[in-house]
Every structure is written in structure tokens, then in C-alpha cells.
Write a protein that binds this ligand. Sequence first.
Ligand code: GLU
Length: 464
Amino acid sequence: MKVRTRFAPSPTGFIHLGNIRSALYPWAFARSQGGEFILRIEDTDLERSSQAAVDVILEGMAWLGLDHDEGPYYQMQRMDRYREVLAQMRAQDLVYPCYMSVAELDALRERQMQAKEKPRYDGTWRPEPGKQLPPVPEGVQPVLRFRNPQGGAVVWEDKVKGRIEISNDELDDLVIARPDGTPTYNFCVVVDDIDMRITHVIRGDDHVNNTPRQINIFRALGQEPPVYAHLPTVLNESGEKMSKRNGAKPVTQFRDEGFLADAVVNYLARLGWSHGDDEIFSRQQFLQWFDLDHLGRSAAQFDEAKLRWVNAQHMKQASDASLADLVAPQLRARGIEPDARLPAICGLFKDRCDTTVVLADWAGKFYRPVEPSRDELAKHLTEAVRPAIGILARMLEGCEWNKDAIGEAIKETLRASGLKMPQLAMPVRVLVLGTAQTPSLDAVLALSERKDVVERLLMGQKPV
Ligand code: GLU
């Protein structure tokens, strides 16, 4: 049987990293098993759903490369299908109308709470052989309730949580259609999972309480339920459940802040799953290794510093050209048109950057006049080094423009001036890139334009 998984987000609020992990795992499982991955938007909560939230889901998944084979299906477009199944269930006596009013339900609840019982629907309107139902009140539209099995238990082997057993006596008869006939959440999920032939449901464990109810509906419809894997919550840095309300960023913001999609995939993969001690891996390795048997059981905690570290490792391994592709639009957004030097510039600086935004900051210095701070100039550009800067400027005016020739010019200058490398290199770096901390000087100069370098060095001749 072909593996079919799905991601079924509700487009309420902007999807954050904690949510999108529930897309990554089913996607990875489908891909690693040669299966199919389906995207379904659960948009029945009309008040809280928005197109903007759908857009962030689609954009975030596209960015992370979590491609789907089918969908997006929208639940709001499947209402006719749900009504059709409801009608079929009515005909089979799997559901029944319940006329209990909200006031009656509240009173029932109150009585049960007082008696220290778990509040649950008491089956007043559930037809049984020989049972006399109350008279149908006039002008009341009933809800439809699912005839939950009585006695016995619902049992499933959860791929994360192990065996879970819930007694049917704990489950009351669930409302599966509202008085206006609209189907309710748990029912739609089951109809979808059946119609979409889902074999593995991998989702957040906030849905664990829904699962026994959903399994009973599956069986009532004559279907075997899928395999379930309920993922533990993702906590934010303060140890609370990650949510937009307490500061979680939309997934796409990480793209804008200069994180690589592969690094975020790597980081998220480790947030609830492990492959030995492997921390840094490629997308291909992840897909080779991913299985449902090594999902973590305890809540994972988001740690932005760790994500930055993972991103830095991926940046080191990324090709210069691929980094240049990410940095170029950032430079353009700053009004800078990059040129053929950009890949090499990225290559030279990628080791010291943890995001492509930081890399773009460095790259920008090669295209714009830098303004070294007075403090930096005063600290490094002493009277003693000024003459050497002049010598270097003149040598660079005439030498070949490549790393080796520039390196020679620097050595010559050191010989002529009697200075040590740092004494010369620091002020030159400050003048050329505005900071004393850069990769090796000859490489930096070789990637700069000769005329800019000479101009900036000559500027250093003038008193601060
Ligand atoms: N729509 C649900 C949510 O966003 C997920 C339902 C499911 O995966 O079964 O939490």
C-alpha cells in the first residue's frame, strides 16, 4: 500500500516553526517511503481563518521545499461531500437528532459537576430499542450526534506515544452536525482522511483527545483508521507552548532574516526526531534517515541560538554561487547592483556569518563607500603607519590585480616601512572595509576595486 500523509493546517494566525514541523515530518515520511504528501487547508472556522494565513502556509512550505503531490484541498469547498456522508450515516442509523437545548445542556453539566462526574452528554435523545424518547420540541432544529459505541475501548499503537487505550464509556455521543446542518471538525477530518486515502496521520499531540472519537467514526463508516503519530508540543524559549500570541514568528520571517531553507529543515528535523548524535545533515540525508521510530516523546524547546548555529554550519557548506543567489536580492533591496565578484565575496566571508543578512552586510561594503568610525581610525591609523599606507597605495596602483600580486605588494611595504603585518593590515582594513576584523587582507583587497582601494588608502594619508 502506498504511503499517503497529509498536513492539515487551520489558517488561523500565521504559521510558525512549531506548526510547520507538523508538515515536515509527514512530508519527509512520504518522500522517504516513495509515498504521496497531501496538503489540506482546514478553513471551516470562518471567523478565524484568513487568506493571508493561507498565503503564509503556502509560501512557507514552498520556501522550505515541502512540496505536495495533491491539494491544497479546502474543507470549505467540500461541504457537499460532508453532507452526503452525513445523509448516508443518517440512513444507516449511525447518527441521531438531538433536541437538547443549550440551557438543558448547561443544567446537565452543572448537575454532573456538582456530583463530581465528568461532564458529558447523557444520551437523552439516543434511540434504543424499547426506549421512549422525549416529545420533539416544536421549532427547534436538532444537532446530529454520532452514536458512539458503548462498552469496550478504542485502542491504537501511537508511533510516538505507544499504546493508547480509551474506554468508550469516557466518550459521549459527539455532535457531528450543527443545527444548520454544517458538519463539525472531527467529522470533516475523518471524511477527508478517508477520501484522501491517508495511511499515516502525523500531527500535533493537541489532537490526541480527538483520535479515539475519530477512530470510532472511521469504523462506523466501515474503514480501518490510519496509523497515528502524535508529535509532542514545541515550546518557545520561555518554556511555553509556542504560539503567535507569545511571540512566535511566522515561518517566512526566518527566510527574510537570512536563514537557509535547508538549515531550517535540519533544525526542525532535530526538534523531535533524532538519528544518533547527528546534528548537521543535508535534506537528502534526512530523507534517507527519517522514520517514525525515532520520534521524540518529550516536548522540544525552540532555541534561536542553536538555529543560528545550524544555519552557520549550512552556510559554510553552501556553494558560493548559491549564497550569492540569496545575497544578490538583498543587495538590490539596498539599492546595490552586485557584479561577478559576488560569489567570491560570499565565499570569503561565509565562514564568519550566521545568516545571509550578515553576509549581505559584508558584501555591501564592497559596493559602497565605507565610513570608518573616528574611533577605529584613531585607534589603528597612527602617525607611525601613515607613510606605509602611502607606500602601499602607490604599489597597488601599479601591480597586477590579483591576490598573489597584492600579497607581494603588502610584503614589500612591510619591508620598506619596517612595520609588522598587523600594524599595517589593521588600518588598511579599517580604511577599505570600515572594520579591523576581516579575512586575510590580500584576499579582501583582490575582491575590491583597485580604484576604490587606492582612493581609500590615499584618504588615510590625510589627518583624521
Ligand atoms: N487543523 C488541525 C490543526 O491545525 C490539524 C488537524 C489534523 O492534523 O488532524 O491543528
